[in-house]
Structure formats: C-alpha cells, structure tokens
Design a protein around this ligand. Structure first.
Ligand SMILES: NC(=O)c1ccc[n+]([C@@H]2O[C@H](COP(=O)([O-])OP(=O)(O)OC[C@H]3O[C@@H](n4cnc5c(N)ncnc54)[C@H](O)[C@@H]3O)[C@@H](O)[C@H]2O)c1
Length: 254
C-alpha cells in the first residue's frame, strides 16, 4: 500500500463502511493513521470492522445512521465531531440497488428508494459536513458513483444509473461551490466489484462475461477503489477538483 503520512492527522467519515468497498476504504485510511467514523445502518457489522481496525492499532468508531434521513445524518455528524473534534474528509460509499431492472417494470417505490439511497444520501451527507470541512486545512469530498452513471450497461438498474449520474453532477457543483474554501470534491466510478452485495446479484457466468469485456480481464477489487481514494484524499491531489476517476480497468474510456 502507498504511504500518505499527511493522512495520519485527518478525520474521515466513510458511509456504508460496514462492508464492501466502504469497509476496505476504512481499513486503508486507518492503516495511514487516520481516525475513521464508520457510518452505517448495519451497527453490528460496523462494530466488527471497527474492532478489527482497533485490533491493528487503528482508530475507528462505528456510528449508526440512516444516510437517507436528514436528522439521522445530523446526529451522526455531531457524534463524529464530539468524538474526534472535527471532520476533514467525507467518503460516501453507501449506495447500490437490489435487482437488475428496466424502466417498464420498475415500481415507483423502488425508483424512489434507489434514488434516496444513492443521491439523497450524497446530498445530505455533503451538506451536513460542509461547515466542518470549512474548518479543515485540506477538506475533501469523495463520492462513490458507478460506471452505471457514466454509460448504459446491458444489465443494471435505471434508477441506480440515473442516481449515480446525478451524484457525479452533484460532485461538480460541490467542486465549484467549495473550491474557494480550499475543499475539493471528486467522484470515483467503480466497475463491477466483487463485494457481498454484488456476489448475491451476479452469477458466475455474469462475472466471467463482465471480466471478458474489461481490457485488464478481471473485475475490480475493493482495494482498487480504496487506493484511488487514498490518493484523492492526499496532499498530492490538492489540485484535482470536480473530476471523475473511472476505476474500471479501461472498460469505459471517457
Ligand atoms: N460493488 C460494485 O460492483 C460497485 C460497482 C459500482 C459502484 N459501486 C458503488 O460503490 C458503493 C459501495 O458498494 P458496495 O458493493 O461495497 O456496497 P455494499 O452493498 O457491499 O455495502 C453498502 C453498505 O451501505 C450500508 N447502507 C445501506 N443502506 C444504508 C443507509 N440507508 N444508511 C446507512 N448505511 C446504509 C449497508 O449496510 C452496507 O454496509 C456503492 O455506492 C455502490 O453503488 C459498487
């Protein structure tokens, strides 16, 4: 793992940190010495991740939150500031969708739930941390979008793809709005990554088919994304603002 000593003094909120890309990102930032607030609705698994980080000498605190609920997000941000004294970095990993779908057969409540989990959550968490990032020397917002927000997939969810495209545009608005406060906002757009959620959605044949379409001939690992986010948070990325990092093995080139 690359080393970014400046991250040792940073306080990082990671949403969706109880499993998958969020948990791996938490482990990567904790290994740099950063203090992590593990935001998740799944208290049990968030504690498992926090305990594992603590066992390796890292600093991590599980914070139970529903990232689609404004009051819950406000309480979680307040708990983070009380525990650590501030917030320097927000990483929004909470997101996803529950089934492959098409517009024609999508019930409205599934559309609304998917938009809320992926887009409303990014808005609520960004808004809640802005006053704290403004007090930081090097504020950073990193939104986890998706290749589904960059192009249209044969099999995905239109609500998910639309929400992730909107997350990318929200990122650009934040980059524009917060640049004068020395806060950068960037997005990461992962390709299919073998997390527990994805393993439940995809068959082995799906995985082989997707890998065969990637120039690097493999699916992403959570660590592929975590390493890019470490760099985005580092001092070396201070002048990257409003970008989308397409962590997709070259599957889609924009
Ligand atoms: N895994 C992939 O293939 C892939 C590909 C592209 C983009 N992404 C994006 O990366 C991010 C992480 O994906 P993943 O596969 O690691 O996810 P995951 O499903 O493994 O984990 C998501 C986490 O978010 C938490 N969560 C769900 N709803 C919540 C809520 N309302 N409030 C708080 N926490 C909540 C869950 O408890 C879980 O811990 C998501 O935004 C996803 O859309 C993933």
């Amino acid at each position: 793992m690359a080393s970014f000593p400046e991250l040792a003094s940073r306080i990082v909120v990671i949403t969706g940190a109880a499993q998958g890309i969020g948990a791996e990102t938490a482990r990567h930032f904790a290994a740099q010495g950063a203090a992590i607030a593990l935001f998740d609705i799944d208290s049990k698994n968030a504690k498992v991740v926090a305990d594992a980080i603590a066992a390796t000498g890292g600093r991590a605190k599980p914070i139970t939150v529903d990232v689609t609920d404004e009051k819950s997000v406000a309480a979680a941000v307040a708990a983070t500031v009380e525990a650590y004294g501030g917030i320097d970095i927000l990483i929004t990993c909470a997101g996803g969708y529950t089934r492959l779908a098409q517009v024609e057969d999508m019930p409205l409540d599934e559309w609304d739930r998917t938009i809320a989990l992926n887009l409303r959550s990014a808005f609520l968490c960004s808004k809640a941390v802005i006053p704290h990032l403004k007090k930081s020397k090097a504020g950073r917002i990193i939104h986890v979008a998706s290749i589904s927000g960059r192009t249209v997939h044969a099999s995905s969810s239109p609500a998910y793809g639309a929400a992730k495209a909107a997350v990318i545009q929200l990122t650009r608005f934040l980059a524009w709005e917060l640049g004068p406060s020395n806060i950068t906002a960037n997005a990461v757009a992962p390709i299919t990554t073998l997390t527990p959620r994805v393993a439940a959605l995809r068959t082995e044949a799906d995985v082989a088919r997707i890998a065969s379409q990637v120039p690097l001939r493999r699916l992403a690992t959570p660590a592929d994304h975590a390493q890019v986010m470490l760099f985005l948070a580092s001092d070396g990325a201070a002048y990257l603002n409003g970008t989308v990092q397409d962590v997709n093995g070259g599957r889609v080139m924009m």
